[in-house]
Design a protein around this ligand. Structure first.
Ligand code: APR
Length: 292
């Protein structure tokens, strides 16, 4: 059961944590008999949290959603720092840095080709689909994603800012030309530019590289203008993405986190849904529809 956990919500103080135990101690005649009533599992607690989520969405004028790899986890795409995360199996500095590519472009491409194979065989999940539906029904709704899998667009979302690039795009290392490439597997590794013959690289942002200025300024502008920001499936450890929710909060936006685990951002959000986004977003959607 996913609980909406109030963090610093005005006038309300609740203990964070998975279960809120209300202990009712009934002292009967016999001292030995203590009755522990776990009021936390009140029958409608989950429904109330979903309703709250629905009301937030309904009342918001400008919604921004920041997503990380966690939103694609239920599609079968590994996260980076989770239990079987990519960075537990592979060393980022060997595969996701400009130096690694200079050293061994074939190795880097083998790894991205492998990831494209995994992503190409999977589909967006209900979490992606709900967000695509909200975009269609709302005047102002944008997604800022750290993900390179393209699943938001595959689910039908159009207002998507890709902070870290897209694994289905390649870029000429000489001229900087960007090409769409959906080949699985990619033919000869490493691939070369069809125009000038130079090496192609994945059109993604590697560690130590800057994000595209236009992309970043759009992301901070939208974060500064929204009145409701969902932060879904990110460990909030990687900058500058992790600063976007703080920019939104600074501008007075309500922050909602959806994540099975707490993150460094959790103390700063207004509401936390602890659980999987592929389950929680459809439940908020149901509450939204019920509240009409
Ligand atoms: N629903 C919601 N959140 C989930 C789910 C799920 N089903 N499963 C896992 N999560 C959460 C995890 O608890 C974790 O907090 O998703 C988060 C994933 O965190 P990371 O693996 O660190 O991924 P992310 O935050 O997207 O990484 C940021 O780091 O490696 C770089 O460029 C890469 O874009 C990436 C960036």
């Amino acid at each position: 059961m996913n609980l909406l956990i109030y963090n610093e919500y005005p006038g309300k103080s609740r203990k964070a944590g998975k279960d809120v135990f209300d202990f009712c101690i009934f002292r009967t005649n016999t001292l030995s008999y203590f009755l522990l009533v776990r009021l936390s599992r009140r029958p409608n607690a989950g429904r109330r949290t979903d309703n709250k989520g629905g009301v937030l969405v309904q009342n918001a004028r400008h919604i921004v959603v920041l997503t990380g790899s966690g939103i694609s986890a239920e599609s079968g795409i590994p996260t980076f720092r989770g239990k079987d995360g990519l960075w537990r199996q592979y060393r980022a500095e060997q595969l996701a840095t400009p130096a690694a590519f200079d050293r061994d472009p074939r190795l880097v491409w083998e790894w991205y080709d492998w990831r494209r194979g995994i992503i190409g065989a999977k589909q967006p999940n209900p979490g992606h689909n709900v967000l695509a539906g909200w975009e269609k029904r709302r005047a102002s709704f944008s997604i800022i994603t750290q993900n390179i899998d393209g699943f938001h667009q595959k689910a039908g979302s159009e207002n998507v800012i890709e902070l870290h690039g897209n694994i289905w795009k390649v870029r000429c290392t000489e001229e900087g030309t960007v090409f769409d490439n959906n080949e699985i597997p990619i033919g000869n590794l490493p691939p070369h530019c069809p125009d000038c013959g130079a090496l192609l690289r994945p059109h993604v942002v590697w560690f130590g590289e800057s994000l595209e200025m236009g992309v970043l300024s759009d992301a901070f502008r939208l974060s500064g203008e929204c009145d409701l920001m969902f932060v879904i499936g990110t460990s909030a450890l990687v900058q500058p993405a992790a600063s976007l929710p703080l920019a939104a909060r600074e501008a007075g936006s309500v922050l909602v986190e959806i994540n099975p685990d707490t993150t460094p951002l959790s103390p700063a959000v207004d509401f936390s849904f602890r659980g999987a986004s592929g389950e929680i977003l459809p439940r908020i959607e149901t509450a939204l529809k019920v509240s009409g």
